[in-house]
Design a binder for this molecule. Structure first.
Ligand SMILES: [Zn+2]
Length: 115
């Protein structure tokens, strides 16, 4: 799969991810994702690597299973970490991928509000 790079706004946190952007990205309407405007793509943690994670801090709510990470300096949330059915999973905030063309993405609505 193609290797993409991304970062938070101040670039203190950078990442590389094997991700197929021709696959639909998740647009969730839950109380957290909706105001943030997240477009998410879930990948196995093995397909993901980050530098500068010490610049991140976390926010947990609800079941507290997901680590919602954001940069202490610029507040951007490049990704979050969690435990998926198949093991450690990373939810990439696709908007933070370098050179992303949002108009080319296929969005898959997810009804997280009712979940
Ligand atoms: Zn930052």
């Amino acid at each position: 799969m193609p290797l993409h790079t991304g970062s938070c706004h101040c670039q203190n946190v950078r990442y590389e991810v094997d991700i197929d952007l021709t696959q639909p990205v998740i647009e969730c309407n839950c109380s957290y994702c909706e105001p943030k405007g997240f477009l998410l793509s879930f990948v196995p943690a093995a397909s993901f690597s980050a530098q500068g994670e010490e610049n991140l801090t976390e926010y947990r709510f609800n079941t507290e299973k997901l680590q919602h990470l954001f940069c202490k300096t610029c507040g951007v949330q490049p990704f979050c970490r969690g435990e998926g059915k198949a093991g450690p999973t990373v939810a990439v905030n696709v908007r933070t991928i370098d050179g992303i063309e949002l108009g080319n993405l296929t969005r898959l609505p997810f009804d997280g509000r009712s979940a």
